[in-house]
Write a protein that binds this ligand. Sequence first.
Ligand code: ACK
Length: 302
Amino acid sequence: TKNQPTTDSVYEDVKTSSEFPRSKLTVKEKLGQGRFGDVFRAEALNMSGHPGITIVAVKTLKSVSSPAASLPAFFKELDVLEMLGSHPNVVSFLGCCTDEEPFYLLLEYVSGGSLQSNLRASRTQQTYNNLHGGSKSLSSRVLTKFAWDVAKGMNFLSSRKIIHRDLATRNVLVAADRTCKVSDFGISREGEVYERRANACLPIRWMAPESLFQRLCTVQSDVWSFGVLLWEIVTLGATPYPGMTSRQVMGYVKHGYRMEKPPHCDDKIYKIMAACWEEEPTDRPSFQDLEHAMETLIEEEY
Ligand code: ACK
């Protein structure tokens, strides 16, 4: 259904409604390196009833052949995005170009960069391994609001039975008005935090024990990752399990150890992250619980 070449002409006219004409797209500067290829800013002409130009983010799939596993992953992501609908705390899917290579995914353009880079840029001193860095520009209320936004986005995704599999501050984007938007669904991504294990690059430090040792990914393992994301927010973007190798992290988690409360971390927030790290997945809160808990924290701050 994605305009893939087919030998059966009967299906030639079956087009996805989200296909956008490539000729109406002007690709501008590169924003960075994405999961399947580069990410660019682009201008889309007369997109979905909006006359004139809409700024979009274009995710490219470099080539079908390299690596071979990318194509099914790309279409899987497309299927997920097409059925999603929109939510203010989730990066919107706007369309795709799959008539020929390179394939494009068109996404809502979010101008403020990742939550991770925002947290790190806000530090008074640029040392990501120490956990004492106070923020010069982000109040604790703003930090709690970030967590609330992510919980709302994840509550929406989980209500649609979508498992993120890679929830972390690097995969949350910040809009100009500081709204956080969950981005980057799927798992097959390359990069330094995706540590190699059994020929797969995995975000070890964000993974629940059942994901690490039984390859189980569920909404409850996303909740575990949300707990790690809370820890990232509190530490202004430190790398989880500081000073430990990924192998050490796996042993540590397996034996029931958890990250301790970071200095200056509010007791209530630590209690929430610790609940996300319950050994038994069903003992962890739901994203609905987490959304509510973050809202309560915000209300208590004033
Ligand atoms: O941290 P960044 O500036 O934000 O660098 C990465 C890069 O592309 C590779 O993922 C940016 N990026 C990804 N998706 C979007 C988007 N929807 N809008 C704006 N920038 C994006 C991301």
